[in-house]
Design a protein around this ligand. Structure first.
Ligand code: HEC
Ligand code: HEC
Length: 352
């Protein structure tokens, strides 16, 4: 494991310590709904001062510095290479479309041999900023995450020696690998190249980040109202930092049993319990990043919910014990729509 990257992963979540989150949550629960009325007020339209930025629970995303461009382009090629799949039929890009949202639009993606994957596909964009990988956080970093794809019988369903054997036949890889990695084509180096490419997938310059950095016209008054509501209702207790989530483990259903309402329990619903075996981790999930949430329907680990408005309403009810009026939900959705940024200078999203 690269120690520098490890420090980075460990460090980023600590910007907003758990204590702050709990305080925010407590504060939000103790305030009365009246405090939040009339959100599109002149005050909400006032620009954030540069010096205020550090006090905001959400921070701008910045490009990862210091990545080796040769590793990025090798990793990009491997990410799209169908030979990684057992029958030369599946690549990372089969489920993670970089030209769209870094995920797919399935409830749960189709896997090998007519299977369906256990949970909704997460986007690869900005995933390196999450403190753990996957809904249940079972992979500690991107390298571990790649190992699970290689051996998963529903995904690549193969072994590293088999992949290495195939890549060694490719004269271009046989030439390129040793130029970058002294040991050539090895499992470690394949993992490292793919992980480096994934670390480069950061969405910068979003309208919301431009607003945070002082451009008060970058987002609409409705989006500004939505941000104020997102803070005031206490969504930021769990969704904060530059990735607007991705740095805490929390139970789905703090105030109301999500699974009793939905029915049809699955093993994946147990969340972190499947990783730790501890009773207190039942239904606990890594809080997902909301950076690209406007582009990645359907929602939740089960992919059950199709609209963002419904997802927000379910969150308010189950995580905060509140019912939020329709107009506030609309403002929050408008705010969430201002969060996706650009990749390689282009806005994200489906291009016809
Ligand atoms: C068959 C579909 C499929 C393929 C192929 C696939 N993924 Fe995924 N990916 C998923 C699903 C589904 C999840 C969520 C799984 C979970 O949380 O348990 C996921 C999650 C991830 C995550 C975690 C994101 C986060 O926020 O935690 C990363 C990173 C990722 N995939 C990268 C890759 C890479 C790299 C490859 C190729 C080595 C790959 N995926 C191949 C479907 C796929
Ligand atoms: C107590 C912590 C907590 C609070 C507070 C909270 N969330 Fe969440 N949020 C979660 C967790 C955990 C999930 C993942 C649920 C799952 O496993 O499907 C989630 C998922 C989401 C999703 C779906 C993401 C996706 O990619 O599918 C949206 C949208 C969302 N939250 C918005 C909000 C909004 C808006 C608020 C405030 C009204 C809020 N959340 C408050 C913890 C929280």
């Amino acid at each position: 494991m690269n120690p520098i990257v490890f420090t980075k992963n460990k460090k980023s979540p600590s910007i907003y310590p758990v204590t702050l989150c709990l305080l925010t949550l407590l504060l939000s629960l103790s305030l009365s709904p009246a405090v939040f009325s009339d959100e599109v007020s002149p005050k909400s339209a006032a620009p954030l001062l540069q010096s205020d930025l550090y006090h905001e629970p959400i921070q701008p995303l910045r490009q990862t510095e210091g990545l080796n461009p040769h590793k990025i382009s090798l990793g990009e090629r491997l990410f799209h290479d169908l030979r990684l799949g057992r029958d030369n039929d599946m690549a990372c890009s089969s489920c993670h479309n970089i030209n769209d949202n870094g995920a797919d639009h399935y409830t749960r993606a189709p896997g090998r041999d007519g299977t369906t994957l256990d949970v909704n596909t997460l986007t690869v964009f900005n995933s390196s900023r999450n403190h753990r990988q996957f809904w249940d956080g079972r992979a500690r970093n991107l390298e571990e995450q790649i190992d699970t794809v290689v051996t998963n019988p529903k995904e690549f369903a193969t072994t590293w020696p088999s992949i290495i054997g195939k890549l060694e036949q490719d004269t271009d890889y046989a030439r390129t690998f040793p130029e970058i990695y002294p040991k050539g084509i090895t499992a470690n180096n394949i993992r490292n190249a793919i992980a480096t490419f994934v670390r480069s997938l950061i969405t910068v310059n979003s309208p919301f980040d431009r607003f945070l950095l002082g451009d008060s016209d970058a987002i609409s008054p409705q989006a500004k109202a939505g941000y104020r509501l997102f803070k005031a209702y206490g969504c930021v207790a769990c969704h904060q930092g530059s990735n607007v989530g991705g740095n805490l483990f929390v139970k789905l259903g703090v105030f109301k049993d999500y699974f009793a309402v939905r029915g049809n329990p699955t093993r994946a619903d147990l969340g972190r319990f499947n990783v730790t075996g501890k009773a207190r981790d039942r239904h606990v999930f890594r809080v997902p990043s909301l950076r690209l949430v406007a582009l990645t329907p359907p929602y939740f680990h089960d992919g059950r919910v199709t609209t963002l408005a419904e997802a927000v309403s379910i969150m308010a009810e189950h995580q905060l014990g509140r019912t939020i009026p329709g107009q506030d939900i609309q403002h929050i959705v408008t705010f969430l729509e201002s969060l996706p940024g650009e990749y390689r200078g282009q806005p994200l999203g489906h291009k016809p």
